[in-house]
Design a binder for this molecule. Structure first.
Ligand code: AMP
Length: 193
């Protein structure tokens, strides 16, 4: 069993590297951003609430987000048996605390946090490109700037939180994608739980 958080600023490559990790370790991928975008596309009540926050580059309130994650975790117990990659969650300290509790209640734990470290200029370039290619609505300059501000204020303190716990593994998220993946794999294969 391997439960990982893939951590990093918006545009740091979490989705791309998650796809490779799923194949390598047979993990189940939970991207809270994707879960919310799916609700928006289906026009659910949660989707309507989420859209109001996402379009402004703001975070969905912790209490709601934690409930959403718990229900996704319990939806497919057979799929999560080998472990989960959490992508885009946690984004705040209360979410990180809730994640530890949720995993403990389900008889497991978080094994590693992989932090993709990418300079700000590069993040903006990547998100603008993704916006042009995928049409993702929040990948426009105004919202990108707001998302980065929210990241610095609310999410980046999690690095210190996980560093103190000894579970944070920093990886240079720039350059060749194969090299980034190899670095992640080295961290995961040599970790001491
Ligand atoms: P992402 O695809 O991870 O970049 O998420 C897109 C947007 O969904 C974010 O900018 C937030 O508005 C919202 N979101 C995703 N995950 C979370 C979370 N864990 N907590 C709060 N909001 C989230």
């Amino acid at each position: 069993m391997l439960n990982i958080v893939i951590f990093g600023a918006p545009g740091s490559g979490k989705g791309t590297q998650s796809e490779r990790l799923i194949k390598e370790y047979g993990l189940h991928h939970i991207s809270t951003g994707e879960v919310l975008r799916d609700h928006i596309a289906r026009g659910t009540e949660l989707g309507q609430i989420a859209d109001g926050y996402i379009s402004k580059g703001q975070l969905i309130p912790d209490e709601l987000m934690i409930r959403v994650l718990a229900s996704v975790l319990d939806e497919n117990p057979e799929k999560t048996a080998a472990g989960v990659i959490f992508d885009g969650f946690p984004r705040t300290i209360p979410q990180a605390e809730a994640l530890s509790k949720m995993l403990e209640e389900r008889g497991t734990e978080l094994h590693a946090v992989v932090g993709l470290e990418v300079p700000e200029e590069e993040l903006v370039k990547r998100m603008l490109k993704r916006g042009q290619e995928s049409g993702r609505a929040d990948d426009n300059l105004d919202t990108i700037v707001r998302r980065l501000k929210v990241y610095h204020e609310q999410t980046s303190p999690l690095r210190d939180f996980y560093k103190k716990e000894g579970s944070y593994h920093p990886v240079d998220g720039t350059g060749d994608m194969d090299r980034i993946f190899a670095d992640i794999k080295t961290h995961l294969d040599n970790r001491k739980d």
